[in-house]
Design a protein around this ligand. Structure first.
Ligand code: BG6
Length: 493
């Protein structure tokens, strides 16, 4: 069944043969189609430099679907229906001529079917493509553009890129992707925080002692050494994904669910984030770089031994830091964040540690146990655990306490429901013209301002990364950073 609730679009995908398109975008579009969420009129035009006949292009996409989509979610009919929507054009993105193709493709289309440009290409050419699209007369008031991270390398370059896109598209038509915002559990943070009075009343410095955010990956550099070495984990993961998670946890309640209400509140968090500078550079942040080790029982090389590596590189593959949101709600509550490549597990989770009761009456040895924790698991097993204290059972247990979860495992609670990939949600929102899951320009720039200060500090002090073996939780100093405050990373894997 086709859901005509989703408006039809003409999607022009730049970088149609690139890694992201083949790994994520066709799969996401296919799943939307299979679920009946693509309007029957929706079409997709793949644009890339390579020469391809349409049949060869469709065969390439079919291969991608066969690799990525589980067999029980594919039928010949659903695959064919999707492939029929695909068109292809060879374009040299830097010259105007190729863009006429887009005009040709759009001929005769109803004016209410907007041209939606998806830029899955390096950000340095966003400006040229937008300019050429305009110069070739492809755009009108309804056209939209979707852009991928990273937008720039620092504040200055992000301003240049945003200026170039903004010269052609109004902010209300720019969709900046941070795929973490499309993850089911991340969206659930809005429901959890703002629909449950239970948490609404507890969400402040009076009730919460500290917050942890961990985004750990088992993968290394995956053949992207050239890109990654220029960026490092701070730019690649913290500037965007971890900052967005932090904003979702720390933001004030928006006045409504509309895009700007939400994004206004997120920007305030970024502006209130205490910078790491001066002495804090030695106490509140740890950079790491992995050396050879073992992940999941498999021996893996160190960062400097990866293919294409510059053996002198000082780029970090791990970063942990402590910060604070300097406002009335959060004053004095540390936020501990860490993210790294080649960790023992793929794990993204947020742990909210609530304060202890003002007066304690149970076994003195169990005092440290006596707090509640809310564990929000983003991946791999999406769910929410509230750790509560109960009495240990049995006649001989006396009033000993034990901690156990009130658990909402999304897979168990909703066994029929497939948890959609982040890109499915995000592409659907673009089609609907809703921006609340996309990052506004001032969010990106506020985040870069904070990150740039930290990088300047590292550079001016010449702070190199500390080594950590692949398959460990990062340099030992990242553990010391939290234990010196009398706390530890929550480890219940
Ligand atoms: C990307 C980063 O944005 O996110 C990658 O560039 C990283 O380096 C990836 O591996 C992680 O995404 P996910 O969804 O697998 O956690």
């Amino acid at each position: 069944m086709i859901d005509e609730q989703t408006p039809a679009v003409d999607l022009a995908l730049f970088g149609a043969l690139g890694d992201l398109a083949l790994r994520k975008l066709y799969t996401a579009l296919y799943q939307l189609d299979r679920e009946g969420l693509l309007a029957s009129e929706t079409r997709i035009l793949g644009l890339a430099r390579q020469e391809y006949e349409i049949d060869a292009f469709r065969a390439r996409v079919r291969d991608a679907l066969e690799t990525r989509v589980p067999a029980n979610e594919r039928t010949e009919e659903s695959v064919m229906r999707f492939l029929d929507r695909l068109h292809y054009a060879e374009v040299d993105f830097s010259t105007l001529e190729g863009y006429n193709m887009i005009g040709e493709w759009r001929k005769g289309r109803a004016s209410n079917i907007p041209l939606t440009i998806y830029l899955s290409v390096p950000a340095r050419i966003y400006g040229d493509i937008c300019h050429n699209l305009q110069a070739a007369g492809c755009l009108d008031e309804q056209s939209r553009v979707v852009v991928e991270k990273p937008i720039g390398y620092d504040l200055k370059s992000s301003i240049e890129i945003n200026d170039a896109i903004g010269a052609v598209f109004d902010e209300s038509r720019i969709y900046r992707i941070d795929h973490y915002l499309g993850k089911e559990t991340v969206q659930n943070l809005l429901a959890l925080r703002f629909a449950n009075p239970l948490f609404g009343n507890q969400w402040n410095q009076g009730k919460i002692s500290h917050v942890e955010i961990t985004v750990a990956e088992t993968v290394g550099i995956e053949g992207r050494w050239g890109y990654f070495d220029q960026a490092g984990q701070l730019r690649d993961m913290v500037q965007n994904h971890l900052m967005q998670l932090l904003c979702m946890i720390a933001m004030e309640p928006p006045s409504s669910l509309d895009s700007d209400s939400i994004r206004d509140e997120k920007v305030k968090v970024l502006k209130a984030l205490r910078p790491i500078e001066g002495e804090r550079l030695s106490t509140d942040v740890v950079r790491g770089q992995y050396i050879a080790g073992s992940v999941g029982g498999k021996q893996v090389p160190g960062y400097l031994e990866e293919e294409g590596a510059n053996t002198e590189s000082k780029t970090e593959t791990f970063v942990a830091f402590k910060t604070e949101v300097a406002n009335w709600r959060w004053a004095g509550v540390p936020f501990y964040l860490r993210t790294g490549k080649r960790m023992p597990e793929k794990l993204s989770q947020i742990v909210i540690h609530f304060r202890q009761q003002p007066h304690y009456i149970f076994d003195p040895d169990q005092r440290l146990l006596a707090t509640n924790k809310l564990i929000i698991k983003l991946q791999p097993d999406e769910g929410i655990d509230l750790q509560v204290l109960t009495k240990d059972s049995g006649l001989d247990a006396g009033m000993r306490l034990r901690t156990g979860p009130l658990n909402l495992d999304f897979h168990q609670a909703f066994p029929q429901a497939r948890i959609p990939d982040a890109y499915e949600r995000l592409i659907l929102e673009v089609m609907k013209g809703q921006q609340y899951l996309f990052v506004r320009r001032d969010e990106i720039e506020s985040s870069w301002r904070w990150v740039d200060k930290l990088i300047d500090g590292w550079e001016s002090r010449g702070i190199p990364p500390k080594r950590y073996p692949a398959g460990s939780w990062g340099p030992v100093s990242s553990i010391a950073m939290i234990t010196q405050d009398g706390r530890s990373w929550y480890e219940d894997y």
